[in-house]
Design a protein around this ligand. Structure first.
Ligand code: NAP
Length: 264
C-alpha cells in the first residue's frame, strides 16, 4: 500500500532509536524527506547509519534536547524552515515511564516526568505549528501510552501525564483542525525498546534471574502474550501521519497487544 509520503517533509523528535527510529525507517522507505532529532549527536549518527543500511536513504539529523533546553524545539523548527520552508509531518516520540510507588515520589520526580512527557510535546508542537500551516496535508503524531487508558499500578506519573497528553491532543485537534492540521496520538503497550530493555535488565540483576524471565513475567497479562517490537508501533505512527488518515484527528489509538481492558 502506498502511504503517500513521496516528497513529504517530516521531523521526528526522539528519532535516534526506539519507536521514533522505527517510524523514521518507514517514512524514509516510503519516500519522505526525514529530519531526526535527539539529545545525542553520536546516537543520531548511529541511527543515520542504520537507516541508510535499511532504506538506502539518509535522514538529516539535528541535536536538540527538548526537555533541558527551552529553546531547542524552536531551533529545530528553524532548521526545518531553512531546509524545506514548510513541514508536512511532525512526530514527537520523547517520553518514558518510571516504575515507583506513589509514596516514594518527590515533587522533583513529578516535575521531571511532566517535563519529559508533556512539556517536551508542548514545545515540539508549538514550535512546529506555523511550519505545518505551510505544509501539504499536515499531520502531527504524539506518543502517548496504553497506560493513559488503563492506569498501571506502580506507574502513577506516567498514568497521569500520558492521560494529560490525551487532553492536549483532543484540545489541539479543535484548535488546529480549522488550519487543516490533524493531530493524533499512538499509545504503545509494552514495547521492546531501550526503555524496557534497560528496566528489565535492572530487574533481572536485582532478582538474579535471566532477562528473558522478566519479559516472560510482564507478558503474562498481555492477551497476545508478548511485547511489541518497535516497528509494530511505528506502523500506526506512520499511518496516522499519512494522507490515508485524512479524516482522523483528535484520536488516541493503542498498539498494545490488547492489554488495555476498556471499551473506549
Ligand atoms: N517502550 C515502551 O514500552 C513504551 C510504552 C508506552 C509508551 N511509550 C512511549 O513511546 C515513546 C517512545 O518510546 P521508546 O520506547 O521508543 O523510547 P526510547 O527507546 O527511550 O527512545 C526515546 C527517544 O527519545 C530521545 N530523547 C530522549 N530524551 C530526549 C530529549 N530530552 N530531547 C530529545 N530527544 C530525547 C532518545 O534519544 P537520545 O537518547 O539520543 O536523546 C530516543 O531517540 C515515549 O513517549 C514513551 O513514553 C513507550
Amino acid at each position: 500500500m502506498d502511504l503517500g509520503f513521496e516528497g513529504r517533509r517530516a521531523v521526528i523528535v526522539g528519532g535516534s532509536y526506539g519507536i521514533g527510529e522505527a517510524s523514521a525507517e518507514i517514512l524514509l522507505r516510503e519516500g519522505a524527506d526525514v529530519l531526526i532529532a535527539s539529545r545525542s549527536r553520536d546516537n543520531l549518527r548511529a541511527a543515520s547509519e542504520r537507516l541508510v543500511a535499511a532504506t538506502g536513504r539518509a535522514p538529516a539529523v539535528f541535536v536538540a534536547d527538548v526537555v533541558a533546553d527551552a529553546e531547542a524545539a524552536t531551533e529545530l523548527a528553524a532548521e526545518a524552515r531553512q531546509r524545506w520552508g514548510a513541514l508536512d509531518v511532525l512526530i514527537s516520540a520523547v517520553g518514558g515511564s518510571v516504575r515507583a510507588d506513589f509514596a516514594d515520589l518527590t515533587d522533583e520526580d513529578w516535575l521531571g516526568s511532566y517535563h519529559f512527557n508533556v512539556l517536551s510535546t508542548v514545545r515540539v508542537v508549538r514550535a512546529g505549528v506555523s511550519l505545518l500551516e505551510q505544509g501539504r496535508a499536515p499531520a502531527i503524531v504524539t506518543l502517548g501510552a496504553a497506560a493513559a487508558k488503563m492506569p498501571y499500578a506502580h506507574q502513577v506519573m506516567t498514568n497521569v501525564h500520558k492521560a494529560g497528553l490525551l487532553g492536549l491532543v483532543k484540545t489541539l485537534a479543535l484548535e488546529l483542525g480549522p488550519k487543516g492540521i490533524r493531530i493524533n496520538s499512538v499509545g504503545p503497550g509494552r514495547t521492546k525498546t531501550s526503555l524496557w530493555i534497560n528496566r528489565a535488565s535492572r530487574m533481572a540483576a536485582e532478582r538474579g534471574v535471566p532477562i528473558a524471565e522478566i519479559f516472560e513475567e510482564f507478558s503474562q497479562e498481555i492477551p497476545l502474550k508478548r511485547f511489541a517490537e518497535a516497528p509494530e508501533v511505528a506502523v500506526m505512527v506512520a499511518w496516522l501521519a499519512s494522507p490515508l488518515a485524512s479524516y482522523v484527528t483528535g484520536q488516541a489509538i493503542n498498539v498494545d497487544g490488547g492489554i488495555a481492558r476498556g471499551l473506549v
